[in-house]
Design a protein around this ligand. Sequence first.
Ligand SMILES: [Zn+2]
Length: 202
Amino acid sequence: MIRKEARLELIVGTMFGGKSTELIRRVKRYEIVGRSVQVFGPSIDTRYGKDSITSHDKLQRQANYVGSVPELEEKVSPDTKVIGIDEVQFFDSAIIDACENYANQGKIVIVAGLLKDFKDGYFPFKDGKKTMSDLLRAADNTTILTAICDAKNGNGEICGSDATRVQRFIDGHVAPQDSPVVQVGGKEDYAPRCRRHYQFYK
Ligand SMILES: [Zn+2]
């Protein structure tokens, strides 16, 4: 029988929305009461990964950075009650089944990731077979976090509305639709945008 508290929790949203911080907050509550916790993240070297590693506190630095789903599965201890996974969108689609299996085994699985890519589509997993929409389907509960839109209004002040999307810029211009979803290197920037200020792709 599956333990009462077993579940798959999903924390999604845009960049700059505090997903990793929320993941850390949730797993820390379990550490405080003595539950065994393991936190994982993808070891791929991208701007996202680097930012999230350096911008967070001790628990984040204690995370196990793994290169693949099998490597993650090897490192999960049978005694672990709570599994946290950050930047889940950078794993292969097999991470979805892995998360469901752990929840079915009675563990609490708390997963954070980007819901959408720069084109406002569901973020594809690394192998391209599934997207974050499939993880939404599998989750027992989902929290969607927003950032704050920092587009400048006419008077030079920032917009300040909830940003539900992120616009990608390359060399100061909105990135073309055919640029790769995950771009390593290159002079690019991302900015949180509300519906009014996001430039949609046709
Ligand atoms: Zn705005």
